[in-house]
Design a protein around this ligand. Structure first.
Ligand code: FES
Length: 77
């Protein structure tokens, strides 16, 4: 899960390139914190929709994991 501009977004932690988990040491974001980063081969993903914007899986996307906030509690489907 990642929050941007007050919106919560959830994704399955599997890169569409080679199926690896995205992060090493729980670091999922770029230094500028404007993209999700796959540590495997450097793919970058938009936080808002999980689209891969750069790297070996450009044009693909992370699988969304529906999340909502209900009474201040994060609820996953
Ligand atoms: S496994 Fe993510 S870019 Fe290759």
């Amino acid at each position: 899960m990642v929050r941007k501009d007050g919106q919560l977004h959830g994704y399955v932690d599997v890169c569409p390139h080679a199926g690896w988990p995205l992060a090493i040491m729980d670091n999922y974001l770029t230094r500028t914190k404007d993209r999700l980063l796959c540590a495997g081969h450097g793919a970058l993903f938009r936080i808002e929709d999980g689209a891969c914007t750069s790297g070996p899986c450009a044009g693909q996307a992370l699988e969304a994991w529906p999340v909502t906030v209900r009474d201040g509690v994060i609820v996953v489907a």
